[in-house]
Design a binder for this molecule. Structure first.
Ligand code: ADP
Ligand code: ADP
Length: 229
């Protein structure tokens, strides 16, 4: 992921909030990047821009060699669905669907045939330790279990990038540690992982920590060097 001078401003009444204010950043292939900073510093907005969930006011974003601003909304949705998996603090599962149906959803959008998508969803739920919970609805699951379903869903279309916004923010210590272990395993398998967090223990896993303030990156700490962009 290459971020070039990205800007995103929100209007709040008469005020303009520069949520992301000229950010430059290369996320390397296979890197585990942590984004920290005070509440309101622009972390979520930056992550939404990197994940093509939102478009910047100016600047450019590259996913691989693709310049995102040149893409139509439909092309953008396709890249997002194929290349990027999202994990959110509130899990964002669909409450009416079972665990396995939630995991299948991104594959339905990608028009994966039913039998293949069932099989893959089962494998993914097994991988996150939820074989026994596949037919449960989200309300029948604990927070940690819901987050594991969300991770399985994020992996459904075999993305190269996982973007996670406070993934352990609503979890007890033990469940949080289980989620971190899964991220660490995915990182070992070569996925690029970007995690927004307030928690220093979460940050400890990262190859690099960047700190944001007022929409800007103000510092970074490299913990382990990773290959090329
Ligand atoms: P963080 O994730 O670091 O808490 P955010 O990216 O959520 O920061 O927010 C950065 C700033 O942009 C904050 O001042 C926030 O209130 C504002 N902001 C974020 N999203 C919106 C939005 N959709 N509409 C208006 N203001 C927003
Ligand atoms: P976080 O805890 O990750 O900073 P927030 O609770 O700040 O998340 O924001 C959650 C969602 O609400 C985000 O999608 C963000 O863009 C949006 N948001 C944040 N601040 C505002 C705001 N002032 N007005 C409207 N939407 C906002």
């Amino acid at each position: 992921i290459r971020v070039e001078n990205l800007r995103k401003t929100y209007k709040m009444g008469d005020n303009l909030v520069k949520a992301v204010d000229g950010v430059n950043l290369d996320v390397f292939e296979g890197e585990y990047l942590i984004i920290m900073g005070p509440s309101g510093s622009g972390k979520s907005t930056l992550m939404h821009l990197m994940g093509c969930l939102d478009r910047p006011d100016s600047g450019e974003l590259y996913i691989g060699n693709v310049a995102v601003s040149k893409l139509s909304d439909a092309q953008l949705a396709k890249i997002r669905n194929k290349m990027i998996g999202f994990v959110f603090q509130q899990f964002n599962l669909l409450p009416r669907l079972t665990a396995i149906e939630n995991v299948e959803l991104p594959m339905i959008y990608a028009q994966v045939p039913r039998a293949i998508r069932r099989k893959r969803a089962k494998e993914l739920l097994k991988m996150v330790g939820l074989s026994e919970r596949m037919s449960h609805k989200p309300t029948q699951l604990s927070g940690g279990q819901m987050q594991r379903v969300a991770i399985a869903r994020a992996l459904a279309n075999d993305p190269q990038i996982i973007l996670a916004d406070e993934p352990t923010g609503n979890l007890d210590t033990k469940s949080g540690e289980e989620i971190l272990k899964i991220f660490s395993d995915l990182h070992s398998q070569g996925l690029t992982i970007v995690v927004v967090t307030h928690d220093p223990e979460v940050a400890e896993q990262g190859d690099r920590i960047i700190n944001m303030r007022d929409g800007k990156i103000v510092s970074q700490e490299v913990r382990a060097s990773v290959g090329n962009a």
